[in-house]
Design a protein around this ligand. Structure first.
Ligand code: NAP
Length: 582
């Protein structure tokens, strides 16, 4: 077994050494045995690192900064052409975050908090990209990232206790740790409709939007999908298109965003009090500053409830969701709030038949991710906008010239897909992850994603997930959760460096117990009662089930911290000496 010097030189306990470059085709000078993965992809140089971070969104950017500050040799790999993660790709008209920007931003750097100023309450996609660019420049991160690079394999080298990461450029990276900051929503899907490849008009995808502007003036445009993305597209494209045809299968509940420019005085006030507000966010169930009432729906009189709902509707954003504590556990309370929102649709949409079709029924409000809009329902009062109800008239196929439903064909110049994502697991399963004894992640997740603490999997040592499945991703503020996850991983790496440990992984028992806990919490919510990406219902053949941790962000943090405090409960470590002697 390998006892070559290079492993010792590049061990995490000796992070200051320069990077070693070994040409795959040339004779090796370090006497390390080649690995199958390295040989297969060995067209270029092998670059030795301490950490490979995959992804350049909120998690990836902070991870590279944090681990670099710890003295580790770290490289970020990103498929997109720049920073931003999901915001790099989603350039569709009207793309905008649905959490307040003051909350949907980094908290780890007081300098960045003070120096950056958001212009609107809910930032539009271009401003989010500017923010990423600002943070990257401020922290000098560009030199530590490689863009336009797709990871196509990660294989654990048991003998040398490191990951061999290969890319579509034929590169090989070897790293002690792999941190997958691949994000919960990064692999978009097309609708499962025959004939997509035949369409001769312009085909656009929300999550792969072109960089150049697209004009819809005087054109006949179709949109398939009415989730958060579709709703934002429809309200914008409806203003421009000659004719807009909105193909809706399941109507979503959407509430007014009521976006506004941020007043400089208010921003200054926030900046003065940021530290305390962030602390409150970190200790909340959603990891955000949005008020979460402890009031049960039926604890107040019917007229008070009505008034509270009206106030929340007028306040905008997701205030309604936080107005009562039991909306995701009490079906009757949930039904009354759903009725209230359906009533609002009737107040806005002039044609009663269209209003009825837009009203979501058959699943609890907030069990699908709630959407925020700016004039979505009003859009259907425009004479050029047509609601195509796929429940009563399903799409049969896409033709060369448009979309054919059972009732007939509609000719289109452009067709937009906003059909969602292979969420939570899609990015990790898009390439081959091979752990101990050749076991793949695909096998490990055959019956659904499983992990310990949402961070690590048994049999996949030194491989970490941020905002992974089985954590609170999608239900918590992503910047807060990303920061938590990156810091937690940093703590574990520090522990390993301080104690001469080469590898860490959870036990099978710890993983089983975590999944039982995730399952136990999931039984308590109504989130499973809608066919959504939360429960993998949007991808044919994907194991069904709510694998998100629904106990709240604060509880999640406590559980991650207590595992560490209790002597790293549930983890097994491999000493450096043993790995070297092996
Ligand atoms: P989504 O919520 O999964 O919505 C996909 C839509 O496509 C659904 O309406 C779905 O209908 C429809 N669809 C899929 N296949 C179809 C078919 N064959 N025929 C007709 N309709 C079909 O996806 P998304 O809108 O991209 O949103 C995903 C998540 O991204 C959101 O939940 C949110 O977390 C995030 N997001 C956030 C923002 C923001 O911050 N503002 C913006 C966009 C997205 P069915 O439900 O009937 O399958």
């Amino acid at each position: 077994m390998n006892t070559g010097p290079s492993y010792a030189n590049s061990s995490p306990s000796n992070p200051t050494l320069g990077e070693q470059r070994v040409t795959g085709d040339s004779p090796r000078t370090d006497a390390r045995p080649d690995t199958a993965a390295a040989r297969d992809a060995g067209r270029g140089a092998i670059r030795r690192l301490d950490v490979v971070v995959v992804g350049a969104g909120f998690g990836g950017l902070y991870a590279v900064y944090k681990y670099r500050e710890m003295g580790l040799r770290v490289l970020g790999l990103e498929m997109g052409g720049d920073f931003g993660g999901v915001w790099y790709w989603n350039r569709y008209p009207g793309a905008r975050v649905d959490l307040p920007s003051l909350d949907y931003s980094y908290a780890f750097s007081p300098e960045i908090e003070q120096e950056w100023t958001w212009s609107e309450q809910f930032a539009a996609q271009p401003e989010l990209l500017e923010y990423f660019a600002f943070v990257a420049k401020r922290l000098d991160l560009r030199k530590d990232f490689q863009f336009n690079t797709r990871v196509n394999g990660a294989t654990w080298d048991e003998q040398r206790a490191l990951w061999v990461v290969t890319t579509d450029r034929g590169e090989v990276f070897e790293a002690t740790y792999c941190v997958m900051a691949t994000g919960p929503l990064s692999v978009p899907k097309d609708p499962e409709i025959p004939g997509i490849e035949r369409f001769k008009g312009q085909l656009l995808r929300a999550a792969r939007w072109p960089h150049e502007p697209v004009s819809f003036e005087n054109r006949r445009v179709g949109v398939i999908g009415t989730g958060s993305s579709g709703i934002q597209i429809v309200q914008e494209v409806g203003k421009q298109a000659g004719e807009l045809f909105v193909y809706q299968r399941t109507p979503s509940f959407t509430m007014p965003m009521r976006n506004e420019p941020l007043e400089p005085d208010y921003v200054e006030e926030i900046k003065r009090h940021y530290a305390g507000m962030r602390e409150i966010a970190r200790n909340s169930p959603i990891g955000g500053m949005r008020p979460q009432s402890s009031r049960a729906f039926f604890s107040v009189t019917p007229s008070q409830r009505r008034q509270l709902m009206e106030d929340a509707w007028n306040a905008g954003g997701l205030v309604l969701l936080g107005t009562f504590a039991d909306l995701l556990v009490n079906e009757e309370a949930n039904a009354q709030v759903a009725d209230f929102v359906r009533g609002k649709i009737s107040e806005v949409v002039k044609d009663p038949e269209t209003a009825e079709k837009l009203k979501p029924r058959g699943y609890p409000i907030f069990a699908r991710r709630p959407c925020l809009d700016t004039g979505y329902y009003e859009t259907f009062n425009k004479p050029n906008v047509h609601l195509m109800d796929c429940l009563t008239d399903p799409i049969v196929e896409i033709t060369e010239t448009g979309v054919r439903t059972q009732a007939g064909e509609t000719a289109l110049d452009a067709l937009i897909f906003a059909a969602g994502y292979d969420a939570l697991t899609g990015a990790m399963l898009a390439f081959d992850v091979v752990g101990r004894n050749g076991r793949t992640l695909k096998e490990h997740w055959k019956r659904g994603a499983r992990s310990y603490l949402g961070h690590m999997m048994e049999g996949f040592p030194n491989l970490f997930l941020t905002t992974g499945p089985n954590g609170p991703a999608a239900l918590a503020n992503i910047p807060r959760l990303s920061e938590h996850d990156v810091d937690w991983i940093a703590g574990l790496i520090t522990h390993m460096r301080d104690n001469g440990l080469a590898a860490v992984e959870p036990t099978r028992q710890a993983e089983d117990e975590w999944m039982e806990l995730v399952h136990m919490y999931s039984q308590r919510t109504l989130l499973s009662k809608a066919n959504t990406w939360y429960v993998n219902a949007n991808i044919e053949g994907k194991p069904r089930g709510l694998t998100l941790f629904t106990g709240g962000f604060q509880k999640y943090r406590e559980l991650c911290e207590s595992a560490v405090r209790d002597g790293h409960r549930g983890f097994v470590f491999e000493p450096l000496q043993r790995a070297l002697a092996a």
